[in-house]
Write a protein that binds this ligand. Sequence first.
Ligand code: NAP
Ligand code: MN
Length: 266
Amino acid sequence: MNNGAKNVFLFYKKTPEMEEISKTITEEAKSYGYHIVSNAKDAQIIISIGGDSAFLQAVQKTNFRENCNYVGISTDSLGFYTDFTINESRELFNSLQEEQISIRQAPVLEVIINEETPFYCLNECTIRSNVIKSFVIEVFIDDMHFETFRGDGMIVSTPSGSTGYSKSVRGAVIDPDLPSLQVSEIASLNNNSYRTLGTSFILGPNRKLTLEVVQDGNDHPIIGVDNEALSIRHAKQIHLSLANREIKVVQKQEHSFWKTVQKTFV
Ligand code: NAP
Ligand code: MN
C-alpha cells in the first residue's frame, strides 16, 4: 500500500463486545502506521468486523465505493467475504503493508425500480410477496417477454451472492470470476395458466432483466437488497443488470473461492 492509502474505517455493530474487539484492531492498525478515521469517505481501507452480514452492511452503508479496498474480519469462522479472523488482524495489516494480498473485483448488481435512482447489491436482490398470497411477475430478458411467474418471489444474485440465498433454492454456485446474474424462483406455481422455466438461469454480463409486477391488488412486494429491505411501497417495474462498477475485496494471497466453498458446504 502506498503511504497515501493509510486511512482505515472500521465498521461494526456497536455492542460492548465489538467495541472491545475494535479497540484491539485499532491499536494494531496504529502500530503499522495506519490512521483510524471516523468518516468512511476519508478511508482508503474499509474493514468490517463480524460475519458476511457485517461485510454486506459495510458495503451498503458506504455506498459501494470503487476507490477503496474492503476487508472482512470475521469474529467466528471464515465467510465468503471475510478472509481474516480477529486473531489474524496483525497478519492482515502486515500483508496490506507488504502488498501480500490479492484483490478481487466483485461484480455489483444494479437495481432500478420505477425508473428512479438505482440501488446496488453485492449478494442479491429479492422480490417477495409480503402477504400469504402469491403474486404475478412478467419476466423480460432484454426486451423479450420470457415468462409469466406466479409464486412467492424471485432472487437475482451476483456470482458472490450465489452461495447465499440463491443456493438455498437450488441455484448453482457460480465462480466469482464469471461476471453474470443468476435468476431463481421462490416457489413458483406451475399449471395450465402459469408456466415458468422451473430452473435457475444465468444471464451474461450485458443482459438486462426486467420484472413487472402485475397490478392485481397483491402488488406491494417486499424488495430486499442484500440484507436490507427497501421501503418502496409500490414497485411496478424493476430493471436488473450488472452495474458498470465493481468493488474491491481484499483476500489472502493464497485465497481460493472453491476451497471456501468446500470448507463451508462439502
Ligand atoms: P441471515 O438470514 O442472518 O443469515 C444468512 C446466512 O447467510 C448467514 O450465515 C450469513 O453469513 C450467510 N451469508 C451472507 N452472504 C453470504 C454469501 N455471499 N455466501 C454464503 N453465505 C452468505 O442474513 P444476513 O447474515 O444478514 O445475510 C444476508 C444474506 O443472507 C442475504 O444476502 C442472503 O444471501 C442470505 N439469505 C439466505 C436465505 C436462505 O438461505 N434461505 C434467506 C434470506 C437471506 P454470516 O453468518 O457470516 O453473516
Ligand atoms: Mn447473519
